[in-house]
Write a protein that binds this ligand. Structure first.
Ligand SMILES: [Zn+2]
Length: 477
């Protein structure tokens, strides 16, 4: 009897809950099947693209995609639907969604100097996928939650954005264990070396990220550092490994190819995508501005602008809506669970609009809010602010003022704002970074320039032909 039970138990385990780890070959408990893993990854990848947007540079995208796919094709899981993208985010970061969807930010690309470094970072992220690190961390409750697409504080009824902000993204910014990070480094090293890259350069990235962290006057914390701690440790490990098993000769760095692809890359915030000047949100490309409530936290995402009150009990979201203002308003106010009041046509700063109040019964209780649909230059904008019903009266004036601040942007300087860009210049002679910077002025200071060029001493001359990066273009007004 006992034997039989044990046997039944063993069968149940192998058929239901056990899978072989592709990297280690060991069998481990897996709650998530490969098809679930891919589905979850697709969801996360869609959320990343929706939130961050992709860099509009087909040649660069193709370059990163090609390199990534080459590395992944030689990995333990060549048959996953591997996809690689450069996201439009100035913060240095790289991340992998389960199932083989890998992203690197343009802020990370700006810090690198060679294809070998890029191969190391992509290889590291590929390693998280091949070793199923995120799969191992997905709990049953997360699985259930992701399936339902529950956003943080927002009801399913009014919530496209909550889903956008919540669903899937949690999978992208997992904190892996130290062992998982080191394993991803080892795998990345192996994948990059397998394609003939000079893996000794992998440590350059860690050094650069560490320097970004130390120069912490910059408002952006390097995200890759917060999810990828222990940089000194990792630099030491790579150096030790190179020392222990000498690298073959003739390994590639690919500095020229790399520099060619990042020449002209947008650097820092891109004002064309909209930007904040204090609480005033300005969008030169779409030609509008909105004044968000004072003291609220704001966030500019690719498909929405979000603002949350200090106590996090009120939210204001701005999105583009489909159809004209009447269609969009009708669609919004007629949603199941929403009760609309005082819906009327009017003008907001001379622009045709439909506005109204609403309440919505949700899993989080009764919400109350204000919504406006405004027409400007063939686009319909939806501004929706809401709070729990019991505090709505205290927020109503603030929300109404913000919604009614929507206006056409007319400041010619703002309308003409252009992003700063990287420019690659090869020195015609031996020169130091300081000499370079005085001959070819940048709009960033010498420290930041040193970081971008991976030079820690701006006074030491580098050989002629060295591809220097500089940053050109004035900051947004
Ligand atoms: Zn990692």
């Amino acid at each position: 009897m006992i034997n039989r039970l044990a046997w039944v138990f063993a069968v149940a385990l192998t058929t239901v809950a056990c899978a072989t780890n592709p990297v280690t070959g060991s069998r481990e408990l897996a709650l998530v099947s490969e098809s679930q893993e891919i589905a979850l990854g697709q969801q996360s990848a869609a959320a990343a693209v929706a939130q961050l947007g992709l860099v509009d540079d087909p040649a660069l995208q193709e370059y990163v995609q090609r390199l990534g796919k080459t590395l992944a094709a030689a990995s333990e899981r060549p048959d996953l639907p591997w996809a690689f993208g450069v996201v439009d985010d100035p913060t240095p970061n790289a991340f992998a969604a389960p199932g083989g969807f890998i992203f690197i930010t343009r802020g990370m690309l700006a810090l690198m100097r060679s294809e070998a470094e890029l191969a190391g970072v992509l290889g590291h992220e590929i390693g998280h996928v091949t070793a199923r690190h995120s799969v191992a961390m997905i709990s049953r409750s997360q699985l259930a939650q992701l399936g339902l697409g529950i956003g943080a504080m927002i009801s399913p009824t009014i919530a496209s954005l909550g889903e956008l902000a919540g669903t899937g993204l949690q999978l992208l910014f997992l904190r892996y264990s130290r062992d998982a990070e080191l394993q991803a480094d080892d795998l990345g090293y192996r994948y990059a070396l397998g394609q003939g890259y000079n893996v000794a350069e992998m440590s350059n990235m860690f050094v650069s990220l560490q320097r970004v962290g130390e120069a912490s006057e910059r408002s952006t914390v390097p995200a890759w550092l917060s999810t990828h701690p222990y940089p000194e440790d990792r630099v030491r490990r790579i150096q030790a490994r190179v020392a222990a098993e000498p690298l073959p000769t003739g390994l590639r760095s690919g500095v020229d190819e790399y520099m060619e692809h990042i020449d002209g890359l947008v650097y820092g915030e891109n004002p064309r995508n909209g930007y904040f000047r204090e609480q005033l949100f300005l969008h030169p490309d779409l030609g509008f501005q909105v004044n968000f409530p004072r003291g609220w936290q704001t966030r500019n995402m690719a498909q929405a602008v979000l603002a949350g009150s200090e106590r996090q009990d009120a939210l204001l979201q701005l999105t583009l809506a489909d159809g004209n203002i009447h269609d969009a308003a009708a669609k919004f106010f007629s949603q199941q669970g929403i009760e609309a009041t005082r819906v009327s046509e009017e003008h907001i700063n001379g622009l045709p609009a439909v506005t109204g109040y609403f309440s919505a019964q949700t899993e989080q209780g009764l919400l109350a809010g204000v919504a406006a649909f405004v027409s400007l230059d063939q686009h319909t904008y939806a501004l929706v602010g809401y709070t729990p019903a019991q505090v709505f009266s205290s927020y109503e004036p603030v929300l109404r003022a913000a919604v009614r601040s929507f206006n056409r942007l007319t400041d010619p300087q703002v309308l003409a704002a252009q992003p700063q860009r990287l420019e690659i210049i090869r020195s015609s002679e031996r020169m130091s970074l300081t000499a370079f910077a005085s001959r070819y002025p940048s709009t960033v200071d010498l420290n930041e320039l040193a970081l971008l060029n991976q030079l820690d001493d701006s006074g030491t001359p580098v050989p002629a032909g060295y591809p220097f990066k500089r940053v050109v273009g004035p900051p947004a007004p």
